[in-house]
Ligand binder design. Structure first.
Ligand code: COA
Length: 387
């Protein structure tokens, strides 16, 4: 294929891929990119400054055709018709990939290319100075760091913090950083969902609270599933609940040796989220995942590393210096290559992750209004009040 596409001028080829007047399949795609996202990605294609290379352009072409027309059923061009043969091969290679899946992959690919190009295309400059109430966010040495910043509450995630994390991830995905890091202020990485979130009952009652919380959680987890660049957790201390479960959606996890990983869902009358009901058994096997997710087994950093949840554990004394030295080196790698490789690694299971996220949230919305859950949360606050 490579020899055939050499005959194309890159920008002429790019124009080939924007085929007007096609009819999009619009039903049953609620899990993937919307038609609006797809059209927006198509428009943004023309804003790319750098030539992504013929192989990527063939991929874009093939995904576009698959998304708009379905599998390739046109006659194979003749051997000497190099350009059309290369395009036909690329389209044909998608075989029976669904139109929804192709649309999602198209959007992901364009957004990775845009993210890798930086602010000239993607609008948000380095250190845009966006101030958050519950986070410290800065960009330095091509690394955007999102630091959970409620140390006095062990970085428990309030509703406001969930919303700010969604926004910070969105901005980081579009800024000109090469990698993004999430870490915590103080001695904890994060103590999970702020249990006070359950005590603020709106006018619509507990059902409404649970429904709203479910929508928020779904959007929060989706922000991780969709994150276009390498995402790294620098786990500076104990991690609890949702801060542990979303780790299966990170690319690399570095932990200090005194960090622990705890998901006390059953204890709280709840159920797993963050796609962990899917990612944890894949990462550590069913037997180990069940101990963690069903029976609240708290893992040390070393155990989490042995189970494959954590990439590497560092001594407490040298954790920060060793990790940041390494991250600064990673951030010098070619951004296009990193973003596109991440997409290859993660893209294949994206639809599955969307579906798992929806199913987990549905279950949790039920759990949050259950007596078991209410009782467990009351017990937490009663224990506090007795101290
Ligand atoms: N939700 C709400 N408040 C929390 C919290 C959470 N998830 N985690 C910590 N806090 C608050 C504590 O209530 C306390 O507030 P106070 O100073 O007003 O009393 C403060 O943060 C410090 O926590 P404290 O419990 O005093 O520290 P600790 O070192 O003794 O224990 C934890 C830390 C994280 C083990 C303990 O706070 C805890 O079990 N939190 C709940 C964790 C949890 O169940 N998360 C949800 C998982 S689904």
């Amino acid at each position: 294929m490579a020899s055939a596409v050499r005959f194309l001028s890159p920008w002429r080829f790019l124009r080939f891929t924007r085929i007007p007047g096609v009819h999009l399949h619009t039903t049953g795609a609620s899990m993937g990119a919307s038609v609006e996202d797809f059209n927006q990605a198509k428009d943004q294609l023309g804003k790319l400054k750098k030539d992504p290379g013929n192989e990527v352009k063939l991929k874009i072409y093939a995904l576009f055709k698959q998304a708009t027309q379905g599998p390739c059923n046109t006659p194979k061009p003749g051997m000497l018709d190099f350009v059309n043969k290369a395009k036909w091969d690329a389209w044909k290679s998608l075989a029976s990939v669904s139109q929804e899946e192709a649309r999602q992959q198209y959007v992901d690919l364009i957004s990775s290319l845009l993210a890798a190009e930086g602010p000239a295309v993607a609008a948000t400059p380095t250190g845009s100075g966006k101030a958050f109430e519950t986070l410290l966010v800065n960009t330095e040495d091509s690394i955007t760091t999102i630091r959970l910043n409620r140390p006095q509450k062990k970085n428990a995630i309030t509703v406001e913090m969930y919303n700010e994390l969604i926004e910070a991830l969105d901005l980081a995905g579009k800024d000109d950083s090469v990698i993004t890091v999430i870490t915590g202020s103080g001695d904890y990485y994060c103590s999970g969902n702020d249990l006070n979130n359950f005590t603020k009952i709106p006018e619509g009652g507990v059902q409404k609270m649970a429904k709203d919380a479910g929508e928020l959680l779904k959007g929060y987890v989706k922000a991780y599933i969709d994150f276009p660049k390498p995402l790294i957790a620098v786990v500076n201390g104990p991690a609890v609940g949702v801060s542990v479960t979303v780790l299966g959606l990170f690319d690399v996890i570095y932990a200090t040796e005194s960090a622990t990983f705890h998901t006390p869902f059953s204890q709280l009358g709840q159920s797993p989220e963050g796609c962990s009901s899917y990612t944890f058994p894949r990462i550590m096997g069913h037997a180990k995942a069940s101990e963690v997710l069903l029976f609240n087994k708290k893992l040390t950093a070393t155990q989490a590393c042995e189970l494959g949840l954590v990439t590497e554990v560092f001594p407490d004394s040298s954790f920060q210096s060793e990790v940041w030295t390494r991250l600064k080196a990673y951030a010098k790698l070619p951004p296009n290559s990193l973003a596109l490789s991440k997409q290859l690694i993660r893209g294949v299971e994206k639809e599955k992750l969307y579906a798992v996220n929806v199913a987990e949230v549905e279950r949790l919305v039920e759990r949050w209004v259950s007596d078991e859950c209410m009782q467990a949360i009351m017990t937490f606050f009663q224990a506090k009040s007795k101290l």
